[in-house]
Design a protein around this ligand. Structure first.
Ligand code: PEP
Length: 246
């Protein structure tokens, strides 16, 4: 039995005041008794404040350095994230891949660095609009997931995968529940080639314009274990409704 998980990705939004207010509003409306686990990935500079707010939410970062320490100006290491109380970190979000040129190899290094520091990476995969229209979704997903699975040092028991079709992120478009389920089942099958038992336990989140009104059908799919929520996670009411659907 996989516990549903809903993670908000605030991206580069907010302020110290908004961080505290939004976290407070979400926290006031979620209970320990909820079936789903809830987390939010906030901008680096607000991580410590978010952890210190001592809410029921797990706090995550949106990226991490592949390096341990040293002369890497502007980078933030996995140890630093763990040090301030972070539990999760997004790795390979499509905005990192597309806008900042992050590729499979450094993403693997980031995943390992995160796990070594005790963080749980949420590893994102997804096809672009062009790839989707060309019918290449499964080919792209296979290549992205297999590049992660190729390294036996990756601990699949301490990892979450997120399927986020790039064409659905921030666009208001979503994969249909059936389309998303097919990709999630395919991802689980790829992981099962490494370990059947770990594949059965692995949580695979769907991301891409999830809103309160489409979340229930998506989350009802057999292989969809929750969501990675961008825009709607900046609105406490919408985010809580999504968590309730999970
Ligand atoms: C995301 O940024 O991971 C995301 C899914 O965004 P949105 O929900 O806004 O599409």
């Amino acid at each position: 039995m996989r516990q549903p998980l809903v993670v908000g990705n605030w991206k580069m939004n907010g302020s110290l005041k908004q961080t505290s207010e939004l976290l407070g509003s979400i926290d006031d409306n979620i209970s320990d008794k909820m079936a789903c686990e809830v987390g939010v990935c906030v901008p680096f500079v607000y991580l410590a404040a978010a952890v210190q707010a001592k809410t029921k939410l797990a706090i995550g970062a949106q990226t991490v350095s592949e390096y341990e320490a040293g002369a890497y100006t502007g980078e933030v290491s996995a140890m630093m994230l763990a040090d301030v109380g972070c539990q999760w970190v997004l790795v390979g979000h499509s905005e990192r891949r597309v806008l900042f040129g992050e590729q499979d190899q450094p993403l693997l290094a980031k995943t390992l660095a995160a796990q070594q520091a005790g963080l749980v990476p949420i590893y994102c995969v997804g096809e672009s609009e062009v790839q989707y229209k060309a019918g290449d979704t499964f080919k792209v997903i296979k290549q992205q997931v297999n590049s992660l699975l190729a390294d036996s040092a990756v601990d699949l028991s301490r990892l979450v995968l997120a399927y986020e079709p790039v064409w659905a992120i921030g666009t208001g478009l979503t994969a249909t529940p059936d389309e998303a389920q097919k990709v999630h089942a395919f991802i689980r099958q790829l992981v099962a080639a490494s370990s059947v038992s770990l594949a059965a336990k692995l949580r695979i989140l769907y991301g891409g314009s999830v809103k309160a009104d489409n979340a229930a059908l998506l989350f009802a799919q057999k292989d969809i274990d929750g969501g990675l929520i961008g825009g709607a996670s900046l609105d406490a009411e919408a985010f809580i409704s999504i968590c309730q659907r999970a």
